[in-house]
Design a protein around this ligand. Sequence first.
Ligand code: PLP
Length: 445
Amino acid sequence: MLANEGHPLLNNAQPLDAYWMPFTANRQFKQAPRLLAAASGMYYRSDQGSSVLDGTAGLWCVNAGHGRPEIANAVARQLLALDYAPSFQMGHPIAFQFAERLAQIAPEGLDRIFFTGSGSESVDTALKIALAYQRVIGRGTRTRLVGRERGYHGVGFGGISVGGLVNNRRTFISLPGVDHLRHTHDLERNVFSKDLPAHGADLADDLERLVQLHGAETIAAVIVEPVAGSTGVLLPPIGYLERLRDIATRHGILLIFDEVITGFGRLGTPFAADYFGIKPDLMTTAKGLTNGALPMGAVFCSRHVHDALMLGSDNTIELFHGYTYSGHPAACAAGMAALDIYTSEGLFTRGLELSQYWQDSMFSLKGRLGVIDIRTIGLVAGIELEPRVNAPGTRGYDIFVDCFERGLLIRVTGDIIALSPPLIVQRDEIDLMVSIIRSALDRIA
Ligand code: PLP
C-alpha cells in the first residue's frame, strides 16, 4: 500500500507497510499518518513543519523536555569511550556510578538497583525478585501474584498477567495463579474530587479478601501503580495505599509500586512513594529514568529483599535473571545526565509548585460538553468524557486527532484524556493546552 501519497515524507512513494506499529490501528494510521520529525523543549515539530505542544512528555517520559544537549553529549561521549560491555560476570564503571546516584535519591532503604531495558522488563524483574525472595526465605509456597483491575504493567507475560486492562490480556495467555484487587474508580462517589478521592480506602481490604480466599501462604506479592496512568489517571483514595501497605506487611506479602510513570518528579516528588509517604518493598521504574532518550528501566529493591538473596557461597549467582542491555553504558550516561538536569533545575519538585495552577486550569474545563470528571495530581490530569452511545472510545479519538491538528499532543485511553507534560512546562503553555482542548470539546460532540 502507498498511503497518503501527498504527504511530504511520502513524496518518493515511500511505503509504510514494513513498520508494524505498536498499540496502533495500523491501517487507519497509514491512511493519514501523523509523523513527528523533530523536537525541542516543550514542542515537537511534525514532518510537515507544524509545531506540536507536547502535552504528554512523549509517553510520560521526557520529563526534562526534548532535545537536551547535556543528555545527547553525554551519550555521544559514552558511546565513543565504551559503547557496550557485557554485564554478566563483568562490569563497567558507569553502571555502578549510576546505581549509586539512584540509590541517593531513592526512598530510604530502597537502594539496591537492578537495571533493565524498559518498564515491562522492570515489572517482570520485580515479580521474579519477589518470587525468588519468598523462596529463599523458606516460603516457597508463595507463588501467587496479585495485581489490580485496570492496572497497566507493560506487556511482558508477567505484566499482562498482573495487569487489568482487558484488551491487553484477552488475546494472550496469562500466568497461572494470579488474582486481582478491584479497581478504585468510583465516579458516583468521587466525581470532580479536587484532592485525592475521599471514598474507597476500604477497597484495599480486597487484599484481605484474597488472603482469606487463597491463603496468605500462597501469595508472594501485590503490585499496583500508586497513581494508575494508562487506564486514564486514577488517583488512590485517601488512606488506600496505607491500608494496602499494612495488609501486605501483616501477611508477609511484598508490596511493589509500579512507578514507571510516577517516578522522576511526575507528582512533584522524586517518586510517588515519597509523595504518599509509603515505602514499598520494590519499585519499578523506566521512562523518566533517562528522560526517554534511551530505553532503560530500573528496579529499586529494599535492602531486606536484596540482602535475603545474597546467600550461599560467594561464587553463587544469586538471581538467574538479567538482560543483554542491563546497565547499558549509553543508557546509564543518559540517565546520569537526566538526573543532573532534574536536580539542577528543581524538576523533582516543580510539579508541586505548579500543581495548583495546573489543577485550576484543568478544572476550568468542568461544565464543557461531555466532561464527566476531572482528576489531577502533580503534573498529571485525567479528563473523562461521556462515551458516545454504542461507540465507546470514538469521542476520545476524535478529540485526540483534533488537538493534534491544532498543535497539541494529548493522550487518550478510550474516552479519557490523559495529560502529563514535560516538567519544564510554563504557565502559558498550560493555558494553551487548555484552550486547544476546550475548543476541541466544543466542536466534537
Ligand atoms: N508500567 C507502567 C505503570 C506503565 O505506565 C508502563 C508504560 O506505560 C509500563 C509499565 C511499561 O513500560 P514499557 O512500555 O517501557 O515497557
